[in-house]
Design a protein around this ligand. Structure first.
Ligand SMILES: NC(=O)c1ccc[n+]([C@@H]2O[C@H](COP(=O)([O-])OP(=O)(O)OC[C@H]3O[C@@H](n4cnc5c(N)ncnc54)[C@H](OP(=O)(O)O)[C@@H]3O)[C@@H](O)[C@H]2O)c1
Length: 425
């Protein structure tokens, strides 16, 4: 039987999962491909590296041992980062080797270079695990829905922040305490910046928008905000209004232009995404062709992510060079839609002095900017009075202009908080 050698770069969380699944599911993989797919070499930078179940004879600290091995057909990059990983992937693709990766930041920041390198030798570059871990959203967008003209891709694409916002809603604890607990339980990394700041979700959304809208989108094209400004008070106000807070990735195609962003948002409790709690991920796809599809599952973890990597390996093995779908399918150049022109509904919390005429003043200022109030609730009184407003959909530039003016009113004190509302029907 023909053999397919795998050169695995990195035997960490995901890499070791791939190593184990290749052995454990060897029979299924052979049945799916008609070939014997096996681990031929493993790159780790520490020459003294060892791991349970890994044959030390497979280890090398020299990338060239993989690059120059004619028996290695597929290089699986699972070291992460955008330094050595970029160098290794480019060299492998330019040498005509197929590459499978889970590296979202690398693809979102250097996708153009990588896909060009793949095209130059007709090599395959597969990256299902780079967005939403085990959930096969890229394959669905690229193959199953290729003719469906997907118009909206939005969802929960970061498990850390979803765990944290769920915990804040359940316990009423504040952001800082929940972050510490998430780190203790292993849901957040020691340096959680990429997750809580939205950069991880932004890279995934750049990849999903590229595939879904067939137009190259990079990290620089995605405006992103994290969850550090979301308070348990806002989550509780939202809950009373039937809303649930999530960090959402939102990519929309509007009149031939696209907008891709990441921000904390409220969604109605009845929305299917509202029930996605803990470290789970879910992506909602909308199209005139099929209305709505939701994909749901674990967005990270050793074996779940490794299973998506194995799926990509099988897809490469089953693909005759050059005769299958292109790697990226970015054959369009869709212009971007400015965030300021996007139309959004808002939740707004203001601290005001409880004086006669304040509500009328605020309503009139909003009216002057074309912002219409759907509901307004006052909580508390005296200096601690808070107004919680829900605003009808409005061009974001108008909302922010009104908010700026509002902050200069003497009756409005301290920091205001706003959260977009998504998923309304
Ligand atoms: N973990 C997940 O659940 C998950 C989910 C989706 C996607 N991903 C993506 O999958 C990739 C791998 O993540 P991971 O969590 O498996 O990372 P990890 O546990 O840190 O594993 C990376 C491994 O690669 C080794 N390595 C790093 N730089 C190297 C180099 N220059 N040469 C050789 N070996 C090197 C590391 O060694 P040292 O430890 O000695 O540095 C480590 O053993 C990342 O791109 C990540 O974003 C991960």
């Amino acid at each position: 039987m023909e053999k397919v050698g795998i050169g695995l770069l990195g035997y960490g969380t995901v890499g070791s999962g791939v190593g184990k699944l290749l052995v454990k599911n060897a029979e299924d993989i052979t049945l799916a491909t008609g070939r014997q797919v096996y681990l031929k070499r493993v790159l780790e930078k520490d020459p003294g590296f060892s791991a349970p179940g890994l044959d030390p004879a497979l280890l090398t600290a020299r990338f060239e041992d993989i690059l120059e091995d004619p028996g290695i057909d597929i290089v699986v990059e699972l070291i992460g980062g955008v330094g050595a990983a970029l160098d290794f992937q480019l060299r492998a693709l330019r040498a005509g080797k197929n590459v499978v990766t889970a590296n979202k930041q690398l693809l979102a920041q250097h996708g153009a270079e990588l896909f060009e390198a793949a095209e130059s030798t007709n090599a395959h570059l597969r990256f299902e695990a780079s967005a939403v871990g085990a959930v096969p959203v890229i394959k669905v967008l690229r193959e199953s829905l290729v003719a469906a003209e997907v118009k909206t891709i939005f969802g929960i694409v970061n498990g850390t922040t979803n765990y944290m916002l769920s915990a804040m809603a359940e316990t009423g604890a504040e952001y800082g305490d929940v972050l510490k607990e998430a780190q203790r339980l292993g849901y957040a990394e020691a340096d959680p910046t990429e997750d809580v700041g939205g950069k991880d979700a932004a890279a995934k959304m750049a990849i999903l928008a590229s595939i879904g809208f067939h137009s190259r989108t990079g990290l620089d094209d995605v405006a992103y905000e994290g969850i550090s400004g979301v308070t348990s008070a806002d989550i509780a106000h939202g809950a009373r209004l039937g809303l649930v807070a999530k960090l959402l990735g939102v990519a929309k195609l509007i009149d031939g232009r696209m907008n891709v962003r990441v921000y904390p948002a409220f969604i109605p409790r009845a929305h299917p995404l509202a029930g996605v709690t803990g470290a789970y991920n879910a992506v909602f796809l909308e199209s005139d062709a099929f209305d709505r599809i939701m994909l749901f599952g674990p967005g990270a973890g050793s074996v779940p992510t490794a299973s998506a990597v194995i799926g990509d390996i099988i897809s490469v093995v089953n693909t005759v060079k050059g005769s299958f779908v292109q790697n990226c399918l970015c054959y369009k150049d869709v212009p971007f839609f400015a965030g300021a022109d996007m139309v959004s509904s808002f939740y707004l919390r203001l601290r005001v002095s409880d004086q006669p005429g304040v509500l009328a003043k605020i309503a009139s200022l909003f009216g002057d900017h074309g912002v219409s109030i759907a509901s307004m609730v006052q909580e508390g009184g005296g200096d601690a009075a808070e107004l919680v407003l829900l605003l009808h959909p409005v061009r974001e530039a108008q909302f922010f202009a009104a908010l700026d003016k509002m902050k200069s009113l003497p009756e409005v004190q301290g920091e205001s908080a706003f959260i977009r509302i998504e998923g309304e029907t």
